[in-house]
Ligand binder design. Structure first.
Ligand code: SAH
Length: 390
């Protein structure tokens, strides 16, 4: 049998060590061009060309870049790729919600969820970290240790992957299904603010992905000192995972409250730039049966929010294996919503989406674990021993 190898093509499945340009910010693209030897006077222009091909057209092949000289295209293809990180798993819920498990590196996996009919048309919930440090008692991600922060490029790649699947290239303003981004996946965005801010610059860039800053929401469990900074750096909409109206209970279920109590948190929220009735803070409040769902707490909530342009998102608790809580009864949630609503606040109850594929709020968790230094040493020794034996 004669086997012919086509050496001109890189086999798709083969692992490649080349770095990808997909998801890089404009300044990062410029830096890459200069590292490649492009004249600094031209690097800005080249970066803009690349940005348009990658983030407006969604191209994954340098050959498509017809306004880039052939020679440069060839050089680019020698040094870089345009592919996205590997999709380790992709599931579609009965209700149309889609979930991706993306492998950012060996053993580094994070989830993103596309939820149709949210925001203007549909929202993508992105992760900012693999794992989390916060240990909120009702959150599944909180049971997973922090593995690492995601880079700006890795955050943007989650949007590229969703756009690929939805077939929404080139960027268009008509009939988009993906219109909003929420940083409500795994991790605490304000513990990774540099990368989150850089990712928001790229996602909102009108010549690229073009999802406006007002359609991007960042949710925090309450890293108070970073809250005004988030607003100044990104102009994104702010969401706060409140979940309790008193320090005693919040200390227990959202432990970061021990560091930044409600008073400190609300001082920071009031300092968020440009708050108004058209730019309100979303307060997320998970409904835990017998824990935080009394009518007295609904009234306390209203008192707490006084003077803050706010809407309240009541989230029925989404169960996960071994969770120590139950979801409040539906009548209790409605009665709670009624009190908040009568006080003049919009208080939509968030319909659980994608529960059948474990994609609902607080259900995200990957199998990625942080390896201890001892484990890493053992592995390195084993590899070394294996190498010697072989
Ligand atoms: N760390 C950030 C981003 C996560 S956002 C933050 O806490 O804001 C995810 C939202 O879902 C948060 O409001 C979180 O408190 C909420 N949540 C977590 N676990 C949940 C669960 N099991 N059911 C419903 N909501 C949950």
């Amino acid at each position: 049998m004669k086997i012919e190898l086509d050496l001109s093509r890189r086999p798709d499945a083969a692992p490649t060590a080349l770095p990808s340009l997909a998801g890089l910010s404009l300044p990062a693209l410029k830096a890459e061009m200069e590292a490649m030897g492009v004249d600094p006077k031209k690097s800005g222009m080249r970066a803009k060309q690349l940005r348009r091909w990658i983030h407006h057209f969604g191209t994954q092949d340098f050959a498509d870049m017809t306004d880039v000289a052939k020679e440069l295209r060839a050089q680019l293809a020698e040094r870089y790729i345009l592919t996205r990180p590997e999709i380790a798993d992709h599931q579609v819920s009965r209700d149309g919600t889609q979930k991706w498990l993306t492998r950012f590196g060996p053993g580094i996996e994070g989830e993103s969820v596309f939820i149709p009919d949210v925001g203007k048309a549909g929202a993508l919930c992105v992760s900012s970290q693999v794992g989390c440090t916060l240990n909120c008692t009702f959150c599944h991600t909180g049971t997973q240790k922090l593995v690492r922060n995601l880079t700006a490029q890795e955050i943007v790649a989650q949007v590229l992957i969703a756009r690929d699947e939805l077939g929404e290239w080139p960027t268009s303003t008509e009939n988009r299904r993906l219109t909003n981004i929420v940083f409500m996946g795994m991790g605490e965005p304000l513990y990774n603010l540099d990368n989150v801010a850089e990712a928001i610059d790229t996602i909102s860039d009108g010549d690229g992905i073009a999802i406006g800053r007002r359609r991007i929401t960042v949710s925090t469990a309450g890293v108070a000192p970073k809250i005004p900074e988030l607003g100044h750096r990104t102009s994104a909409a702010l969401a706060i995972s409140l979940h309790a109206t008193h320090d005693d209970l919040r200390n227990e279920i959202v432990p970061i409250n021990r560091k930044y109590d409600l008073q400190t948190l609300f001082d920071a929220i009031r300092a968020y730039p440009d708050l108004s009735n058209s730019k309100r803070v979303t307060f997320e409040y998970v409904m835990l049966k017998g824990v935080n769902d009394s009518l007295a707490e609904a009234r306390d909530l209203v008192r707490l929010l006084k003077g803050v342009p706010a809407k309240i998102n009541l989230i029925p608790f989404n169960p996960w294996p071994g969770a120590p809580y139950e979801c409040s009864d539906w009548e209790t949630i409605e009665a709670f919503a009624e009190v908040v609503n009568r006080a003049g606040y919009a208080s939509p109850i968030r319909t659980p989406r994608g529960r059948d594929i474990f994609a609902a709020c607080g259900q995200l968790r990957s199998e990625s674990v942080k390896k201890s230094a001892a484990e890493k040493r053992r592995e390195a020794l084993a590899a070394e021993a294996g190498g010697k034996a072989g």
